[in-house]
Design a protein around this ligand. Structure first.
Ligand code: NCD
Length: 314
């Protein structure tokens, strides 16, 4: 379970940090998604529920959606935001270590959103600081708030999560979003289908954990084999920056692609998601089909992050 604190009502889940999706129960996730629903109204009207509160965004790796949606979420709730969007803009560039940075920053804010290239960085940060830590990506390990917004997207677009067959396509080895999302989906009654080139298969330890959690997991190399059976297709880019050897990336580049031809065999209700950024794994023509939901995800992401901030700070 996520570390718990007192909260104002049962409708606001009690959480202390957001480090790993594995710290969450299904009940906590469902409460967060219900709260995200209520945030739809607040998104339009605004609120001052977090007036006087300050969010610090510490991003040691590039980001567009995660950092900006947390910033938007905080402003919509009446709070303020400080931070930096690259290590070059902070004392990290002078050689400062993570714990010293955090010990200083926690004096300036009520919550910290941290993105770091090292696995385990967010957990370490939570051990060092008094204020809540939100993991906005810890190396190739996890991206729990993305998983929450992915679940919310599925629920909003298909009306449910239970009973669905969900394919995760692409770089399942280095992609942190697919690790967090698989663990989250395993808490529901879903069938998981992993589709990837052989060298980018889901990490063994993750597949094993999922099976131990009772999840139904199948693995394929070719999307064509499963396209007609699935309700959700979650696409990811090859995580070029995490490859130890750049020639390995060159070999895999362009090895899978979602295009109109392959979608001829899809269910009409299939939804296609992507955490973004997209490189070449979904052709632009797919954007115009009713399957494409990846440009709705950033909006759902703001609502989910508003729900997270409200839960942590009230
Ligand atoms: C993802 C990430 O940073 O892991 N992006 C995001 O947060 N929406 C996915 C990616 O970079 O491929």
């Amino acid at each position: 379970m996520a570390r718990e604190t007192q909260s104002e009502s049962d409708s606001v889940p009690k959480i202390k940090d957001v480090i790993s999706i594995r710290d969450f129960s299904r009940d906590q996730i469902e409460k967060l998604l219900n709260l995200a629903d209520k945030m739809g109204q607040v998104f339009h009207s605004g609120s001052d529920v977090l007036r006087g509160k300050i969010l610090a965004t510490l991003f040691m790796e590039p980001s567009t959606r995660t950092r900006l949606s947390f910033t938007t979420a905080m402003y919509k709730l009446g709070g303020q935001v400080i931070g930096f969007d690259s290590p070059e803009m902070s004392s990290v560039a002078k050689g400062e270590n993570l714990s010293d940075t955090l010990r200083a920053v926690e004096n300036y804010c009520d919550v910290i959103v941290l993105r770091h290239h090292l696995e385990g960085a967010a957990r370490l940060a939570a051990d060092y600081t008094r204020v809540p830590i939100i993991n906005a990506g810890s190396g190739a390990e996890e991206h729990p708030t993305q998983a929450l917004l992915d679940l919310y997207t599925i629920k909003k677009e298909l009306g449910r999560i239970d009973g669905l067959k969900i394919a995760l396509l692409g770089d399942l080895k280095y992609g942190r979003t697919v690790h967090s999302l698989s663990y989250a989906l395993a808490l529901f009654d879903t069938s998981l289908v992993f589709v990837s080139p052989e060298t980018l298969r889901m990490r063994r330890e993750v597949t094993l954990d999922l099976k131990n959690m009772g999840a139904k997991v199948e693995e394929f190399k070719d999307l064509q084999k499963v396209i007609s059976d699935i309700d959700v297709l979650y696409v990811t880019r090859i995580q070029r920056e995490r490859f130890p050897d750049p020639t390995e990336y060159e070999k895999l580049k362009g090895s899978y692609q979602v295009n109109l031809e392959i979608l001829k065999n899809a269910k009409p209700t299939l939804i296609i998601m992507h955490p973004l950024p997209r490189i070449d794994e979904i052709v632009p023509e797919v954007d115009e089909t009713p399957h494409a939901k990846y440009f709705k995800q950033p909006y759902y992401g703001v609502l989910v992050r508003m729900a997270i901030l409200k839960s942590l700070l009230t």
